[in-house]
Design a protein around this ligand. Sequence first.
Ligand code: NAP
Length: 320
Amino acid sequence: MKAIQVTQFGGPEVLKLAEVPDPAAAAGQVVVRVEAAGVNPVDTYIRSGAYARKPPLPFTPGMDGAGVIESIGPGVTGRAAGERVYIAGCLSGTYAQKALCLEQQVHPLPQRVSYAQGAGVFVPYGTAWRALFFCARATPGETVLVHGASGGVGVAAVQLARAAGLTVFGTGGTEAGRELVRTQGAHHVLDHRAPGYLDELMKLTGGRGVDIVLEMLANVNLAKDLEVLAPRGRVVVIGSRGAIPIDPRAAMTRDASIVGMALLNATPAELAIVHAALVAGLESGTLRPIVRQELPLGSAARAHGLVMESGAQGKIVLIP
Ligand code: NAP
């Protein structure tokens, strides 16, 4: 089969299309024919060798994908060959024509959701769900700022928060991105590149601030986030690409919390809850992954360039 292989850590150019042996399902495993693979920023950190967890070389990147179960190993009872699934983590990497997964890493993909959309479920929606409900303990009636709402996690967070009865403020850096945030359910949309946009947020909340901030770029925004929090507000740090000085007093005076969140820390019990919620949302149409661009598998290097550029509008997926 064809797969992207990384034989040394480095820039996008280390993503090479190669011919590799087909995977075979051992006990408790399934082989999925991948119809689409999701590209996430974390894939670029892993490829560059900068990520805390480094896979042994060579490896095939990708933890998101969707397709059809081709074969199952001994002892697999919950899934069957021929089933449409989305992939949530993978033993072999999803940037490939076939992916080897544990039975627990594949989940039903409802007919109404395309494979390309299915490739944008696990990391974006799993992250947004865990941040909003486990970490921030969001409740209906609260207000949330999705700081960076135009990308994969942001769109997911807007849809989830809106459906849960929160008032949603979302930011985007381009007009097209902000239009997407608006159509996906944000009540108010702001431009995180415009001077004074957080003053506008304070005005819109009557000077109170927001109960929750889901932060996609904490190294730029964390200090400002603390200033726009309501009493007992919570900031969930989802993305950060560096250090930032903050004034702890801004947290202290509000009884505020800053909570870090990494999806890969989720326990199996938490993941079972998350997937039950995501499958229900996909079935009902509440959750509608947005695909910005489909690229052929051989364009993985281009996809890694695009996912790190500004101007997000949902997901980039690779088609094997
Ligand atoms: P993405 O699709 O590339 O989206 C990035 C988002 O950040 C876009 O909405 C972008 O908006 C926004 N952004 C850019 N500059 C900003 C600024 N100054 N202030 C606020 N937002 C800004 O990436 P993603 O998949 O949504 O992931 C977002 C971040 O979370 C990444 O850093 C990723 O590594 C991280 N992440 C963490 C976890 C975890 O487990 N902790 C899981 C998934 C992702 P414009 O392009 O419109 O400017």
